[in-house]
Design a protein around this ligand. Sequence first.
Ligand SMILES: [Zn+2]
Length: 205
Amino acid sequence: MKIGIFAGVHGDEPSGVKAAHMLHRWALTLPYELSGYEMHLFPSCNPSGLNDGTRRTGMGYDINREFWCGSDLPEVRYLESELRSERYDIIISLHEDDTSHGLYGFVSGSLLSEQVLKPALIAASRYLPLNLDERIDGFSASGGVITEGYPGVLSAPPEQRPRALEIVFETPGRASVKLQAVAAAVAVRTMLVEYRKFLAYAENL
Ligand SMILES: [Zn+2]
């Protein structure tokens, strides 16, 4: 099972980058939770934005609206080629939302995405509160889960089948970077455990 973790898509959201580095250190201890997985970390998807501390790239683009629509941006072309050649089973994007008072996430792709996100939100809520509002970021939400999304976000290639599990995990951007990073890292670890449970269950059917 191949999993891709994408952080720093928006250059003013440092906690995902920190979470990716925490996951790297964790992976080096060869934890049981990672057995059977190949985890690829992309900690700095928008290097010029991260350098400047801006959401957009140095050329002024929000790369998270540019995927799979023929973009010429070098960041997007590089990430699209990785997504297409690696065919990830699970794609997790780490983001911050400075208008949210708590944790939430977007799901798409496989129907399992929501089942995997829910326990991850609960595990991460040991560190930061959940956003249980009925509307978040303009979308209707339930238990911190949004099933709609913006067009052009980082995702599996449109032709990929079976569809990947796609989760965008959002931490409240006004909380401390360290707490956001810990919450995101714990959420990713929980998603790996939950996905494995579903696969084992499916095999026994
Ligand atoms: Zn973001």
